[in-house]
Design a protein around this ligand. Structure first.
Ligand code: G
Ligand code: G
Ligand code: NA
Ligand code: MN
Length: 253
């Protein structure tokens, strides 16, 4: 068990860092982006899972600090990779609570400007369930972020029971099919049907589609055949520290 006080300390001591998981284009296998995922290592080497510390930080008013930290690391690594000829979009997870704070869009834009990173290079992922729980203010903040050039992704699509009308009100650019539908889809017609329906919707709303949790070649082939745009999952690489990303991409190629 970890406390909010420990979480606060971990943030300020640099015990929480971003790892990055590559996303490959189905057409040619090229790595075109990464998702930043927060990792907290305790002094004794044990890891605290995000499923534990993210909700803790959300409840304790710390998630804004977490997201800012992730955004800073996304920018810093984006520049370092660029220096090695790796031009990548970076996705950063955003909580519903992030969108209720004052001037969020201006602050995120300022972080990017400080690092010389264009908002077009950053995708903000928000889970379908947060979209549901969101207030008018949150929806307005998403619209402002989109106007500034950030990409907007619906994460865990298919698990959040949002209505089509709610989804269509937000200027999303991307939809991420939840890994629960991807896993086993080649042999399970109901999962395949969910994927096909998601792809249909995405085409109609002009969104690009990322399949999460692609673990097998059979899954890759099915998703490619169905017309998915990008794959993320252990088949390509697990999330890795920023300095290991070029090697992880090399191994995949
Ligand atoms: O890294 P892992 O696969 O265990 O991630 C578990 C969950 O934690 C995922 O749903 C992911 O979206 C979430 N998560 C990871 N990093 C962050 C973060 O920086 N901010 C938020 N809000 N959620 C995160
Ligand atoms: O969408 P979300 O942000 O929850 O997804 C990120 C989570 O999924 C992270 O915890 C990451 O470690 C995990 N993950 C990434 N690729 C795979 C995969 O291929 N299989 C499984 N089971 N989990 C994955
Ligand atoms: Na995510
Ligand atoms: Mn997800």
């Amino acid at each position: 068990e970890v406390s909010l006080e420990q979480a606060r300390e971990a943030l300020s001591r640099g015990d929480i860092t971003a790892h990055f998981q590559p996303q490959a284009e189905f057409g040619n296998g090229k790595i075109v982006g990464v998702e930043a995922l927060a990792r907290w290592r305790l002094d004794d080497g044990r890891m605290v899972p995000p499923a534990v510390f993210v909700p803790l930080m959300e409840a304790g008013g710390l998630v804004d600090e977490l997201t800012s930290l992730m955004l800073v690391q996304a920018c810093a690594w984006s520049k370092r990779w660029q220096a090695r000829s790796l031009d990548l979009r970076v996705s950063v997870n955003v909580s519903a609570q992030n969108l209720t704070g004052p001037e969020v869009a201006d602050r995120y834009e300022a972080v990017l400007r400080e690092h010389g990173v264009s908002p077009e290079k950053i995708v903000l992922e928000i889970t379908e369930s947060s979209v549901m729980s969101d207030t008018a203010r949150g929806l307005g903040m998403l619209a402002r972020l989109r106007l500034k050039g950030f990409g907007l992704s619906v994460d865990d699509f298919g698990t959040g029971y949002s209505s089509l009308s709610q989804l269509s009100q937000i200027p999303f650019t991307e939809l991420k099919i939840d890994r629960g539908f991807v896993s086993g889809a080649p042999t399970q017609p109901r999962k395949r049907a969910m994927i096909e329906t998601s792809l249909d919707l995405a085409r109609k709303l002009d969104l690009c589609v990322v399949a999460e949790g692609v673990e097998t070649v059979d899954e890759w082939q099915l998703l490619a055949q169905l017309g998915c745009d990008f794959a993320q999952g252990y088949l390509i690489s697990a999330p890795v520290p920023g300095e290991e990303l070029p090697d992880a991409i090399q191994r995949w190629r």
